[in-house]
Design a protein. Structure first.
Length: 190
């Protein structure tokens, strides 16, 4: 700590920490409000009402990321290597992060029942859990050693994917969850 011009003690924040915080705030500050509400609703359904997402989801995370690439091809008349790499990386992050940090306690049993052998979570789970990954990404990216310019470009691509999720929210996200907390009944709505 040191004293500023007014004599008030302030914590010294290392440059890399400032960059990490700015990268976190960029992604979170531009997080679409409708998707924030989706996250709150998701949390309430699972943790407060004991309802689960019926698995396997349609579309799956794999399917959503494929649709995003198709969308970029239509929009840009080509697929950029960086766009393909970002979606590939997201899929990989999702598969690794889901059991470690994206599931609520009430979803653990369902995960163990659904993901067996070499089944990838991205082929079973959908938009609800992918959105949870976006909330964790700033934390995950803070430990990656990346130049600021590359990190900014990555964040722009991630924001573009978030906007794609928002644009397709009615199609990708459930409007109601499974009433049985074990996940055995059919889901109502989409």
């Amino acid at each position: 700590k040191r004293k500023n011009q007014l004599g008030v003690e302030v914590a010294m924040i290392p440059k890399h920490e400032k960059e990490r915080r700015s990268s976190e705030s960029l992604l979170m500050s531009q997080f679409p409000v409708t998707l924030k509400k989706q996250l709150v609703d998701d949390w309430e359904f699972v943790t407060q009402l004991g309802k689960l997402v019926k698995l396997p989801r349609s579309p799956t995370v794999d399917g959503i990321l494929t649709k995003y690439l198709e969308y970029r091809v239509k929009k840009d008349n080509k697929i950029s290597d960086s766009c393909a790499e970002v979606t590939k990386g997201l899929r990989c992050y999702f598969d690794k992060a889901l059991p470690a940090m994206l599931l609520y306690k009430k979803e653990q049993k369902q995960y163990k029942e659904e993901i067996k052998g070499d089944v990838s979570p991205s082929t079973v789970y959908g938009a609800e859990h992918l959105l949870r990954l976006f909330v964790k990404l700033p934390e995950l990216l803070s430990s990656v050693n990346m130049e600021e310019d590359a990190l900014n470009k990555l964040q722009q691509k991630l924001l573009d994917i978030l906007k794609f999720l928002q644009k397709n929210q009615a199609h990708f996200f459930l409007s109601a969850y499974d009433g049985d907390s074990k996940g055995a009944d059919g889901a109502k709505g989409k």
